[in-house]
Write a protein that binds this ligand. Structure first.
Ligand SMILES: NC(=O)C1=CN([C@@H]2O[C@H](COP(=O)(O)OP(=O)(O)OC[C@H]3O[C@@H](n4cnc5c(N)ncnc54)[C@H](O)[C@@H]3O)[C@@H](O)[C@H]2O)C=CC1
Ligand SMILES: O=C(O)C(=O)COP(=O)(O)O
Length: 613
């Protein structure tokens, strides 16, 4: 007779809501998922009101006085539009502290659930480490996330969201403003006239019509610049290894190689993100390939240009002029040769700075951060799987099933910690590329790891956490005949090379195996080891293996009844009549240890286990 087994795993509840009715076209439809179980072990739960203010001299600063306990705290570290702040204040305690030093930011961050920044705040690994696990969301009120350490965010289970669309037009308009201002020497002529000079011959410009503009990075901003440049009569080409040629053709732009872009352009406008691959993409070598007298516009990121090489190219005349909104170091040094160069027009990173864009960005980021704090998966998540809303709502019950199967499987392992190899089988009539299983894998990982560790697992860090703990999760598809309308017929979780505290859960292949299905929207356990069962996965579960004989259900039921434990369902699966059977009993309350001992003492019961779902 096996001793009663009981786990003390914390149960995490999650609510699944179907896509919300957002009033804004750009707002993502969402499925609510537990980005983080609330108030988990070791987390600070200090409300902003109780928080000691950091030694901040920053101004302006609105410490969250009058903060409502229990509400999340959002630190807004750079200026954000009023409409966004208003939305945030309806939901959270908002601390607007602009211009914090890195030390001040690290001091404040352990008291914050979310942080909102623009491009001026570096959110490095030190910030995530200082947060002590409380920081759940970083919102980048803009596009470029090169100032946020995404790997560190992911490792800390912190979601990063951005506002990818609201400043596109502003950035494109600024690119065009720089292009036209540069070609007609507007800034230089303005300064000259204000200095009392009248230099009509010095400031003869160049025309745009008929000139070739090469756009490097044909994404949202790049394509809007292209549209506008076409309106100015320019011949527009673009280089972007990932852009669709059809989309380019639709606006009359030809996609070309980098080589062709560099060698044929009269103007080059940069619109790619700063990544290790694009860092210093324009350098001595690439400048050498350009047409003499080329003009460069950069509203992307300073780092995509080797700035020393640009100064050399300007001095040698390869580059006639440059118009720059962004710099490797912001603000640049006051004696920067590049900024002071007479053929260079500069603005202090103003691409996104229009009234309209800042209001739009503030609303976009406030909605994304609030959604993320509520546990919704936002479409602007930068470091988590982005799954379309229709797929999310269809998979909702399977998401619950996946976590519960993971949770059950791990509680069946004797010892609990030595899991190395997990195989997940999805049986479906859908073609493999028609079924996105990333969410399900993440939820199975959550179910597997949370009961045996102190880490929380969410969609952001699931794969990372599994890898870090040495758990290899492989996925397998079984293609069924039948209607592809149902996304999945059943999911099985197999754990190999472990012993089970309930040996009947080990299938013929030697792995702990649990299988589940969704029936009428409710997740059910349908198989344990080689035994078929059918119980809905709610409350908690007692699994017993017994000699199949009459009266067993009654015996167990009466022990539970005497102890006032409500049985919600029972199911018996047997191999053959009068041999062995596995009984699955769903209970609403957790039975006392003594009750479980009494069940174990029923003579025909050979092994049993209590599992929390
Ligand atoms: N100056 C400012 O205030 C603003 C600057 N930006 C910057 O503009 C850039 C583009 O923004 P969006 O168009 O919204 O982003 P996006 O993601 O829509 O477009 C970026 C494009 O660059 C392409 N790309 C990536 N690697 C490339 C490479 N090696 N060569 C050529 N193309 C490459 C991508 O395929 C993508 O199509 C970002 O760096 C962003 O930070 C955006 C808004 C305001
Ligand atoms: O959105 C972007 O990528 C930008 O560069 C805008 O930056 P900002 O929010 O103005 O600091």
């Amino acid at each position: 007779m096996a001793a009663p087994s009981q786990t003390t795993a914390a149960t995490t509840h999650h609510r699944i809501l179907l896509p919300a009715n957002h009033h804004r076209a750009l707002a993502p439809s969402v499925l609510r998922l537990p980005l983080r179980a609330h108030a988990r072990r070791g987390r600070l739960s200090v409300s902003a009101a109780a928080a000691a203010p950091a030694a901040s001299t920053a101004a302006p600063s609105e410490p969250a006085t009058g903060a409502v306990p229990g509400k999340p705290t959002v630190l807004v570290a750079e200026k954000l539009g009023a409409a966004g702040l208003e939305l945030l204040r309806e939901f959270a305690n908002v601390d607007c502290s602009y211009g914090l030093s890195p030390e001040e930011l690290r001091a404040k961050i352990p008291l914050c659930d979310a942080l909102i920044v623009r491009s001026g705040t570096k959110v490095g690994r030190d910030v995530f480490e200082a947060s002590g696990g409380r920081l759940r969301v970083v919102g980048r009120a803009g596009v470029g996330i090169d100032n946020v350490d995404l790997a560190a965010a992911t490792e800390h289970g912190c979601l990063v969201v951005n506002a990818p669309t609201a400043n596109t037009v502003a950035a494109a308009e600024h690119g065009i403003a720089l292009l036209t201002a540069m070609s007609r020497n507007i800034a230089q002529a303005d300064a000259s006239l204000k200095a009392g000079k009248w230099q009509r011959n010095k400031y003869v410009g160049v025309s745009l019509v008929g000139k070739t503009l090469a756009i490097l990075g044909f994404g949202k901003v790049g394509s809007e610049v292209a549209r506008r440049a076409k309106g100015l009569g320019m011949h527009v080409i673009a280089h972007d290894p990932y852009a669709s040629a059809d989309r380019a053709h639709a606006i009359g732009v030809e996609l070309v190689s980098m080589e062709e872009a560099l060698t044929t352009a009269d103007f080059i406008s940069l619109h790619m993100p700063l990544t290790p691959a694009t860092n210093k993409m324009l350098n001595d070598e690439t400048f050498a390939k350009m047409k003499k007298g080329v003009r460069i516009i950069n509203v992307a990121r300073g780092g995509v240009i080797d700035e020393d090489a640009l100064v050399r190219a300007l001095d040698s005349g390869i580059v006639a002029q440059a118009a720059l909104d962004v710099f490797t170091k912001e603000p640049p040094a006051p004696d920067s040769k590049l900024v002071l160069h007479e053929n260079v027009t500069v603005t202090p990173h103003l691409g996104a700075s229009t009234v309209e864009a800042q209001e739009g960005v503030a609303i976009e980021i406030a909605e994304a951060v609030i959604g993320a704090l509520k546990g919704e998966l936002a479409a602007s998540a930068v470091n988590a799987p982005m799954v379309p809303a229709e797929v999310l709502s269809e998979l909702a019950p399977y998401v619950v099933l996946a976590e519960k199967l993971g949770r059950l499987a791990v509680q069946l392992v004797a010892g609990g910690g030595g899991i190395k190899s997990v195989k997940v089988t999805y049986a479906s009539a859908r073609a493999p590329d028609d079924l996105d299983t990333r969410l399900l894998r993440a939820m199975i990982t959550k179910g597997l790891i949370e009961p045996i560790s102190s880490v929380f697992v969410n969609l952001v860090n699931a794969d990372f956490t599994a890898k870090q703990r040495g758990v290899r999760i492989t996925e397998e598809r079984i293609l069924l005949d039948g209607s592809p309308e149902t996304p999945i017929d059943y999911i099985q979780v197999h754990i190999a090379h472990v012993e089970s505290k309930f040996p009947s859960a080990v299938s013929e292949s030697g792995e702990i195996t649990v299988e589940g299905k969704v029936k009428d929207g409710i997740p059910h356990l349908t198989k344990v080891g080689s035994f078929q069962v059918d119980v809905s996965l709610e409350g908690s579960l007692i699994l017993c293996r017994q000699v199949d004989q009459p009266g067993m259900i009654g015996s167990v039921g009466s022990v539970l009844g005497e102890e006032n434990v409500n049985v919600s369902f029972m199911s018996v699966g047997r191999i053959a009549p009068r041999k062995h059977a596995v009984m699955a009993i769903g209970v609403d309350e957790e039975p006392k240890k003594s009750t479980l001992t009494k069940i174990g003492e029923i003579p025909a019961i050979e092994e049993f286990v209590f599992l929390k779902l």
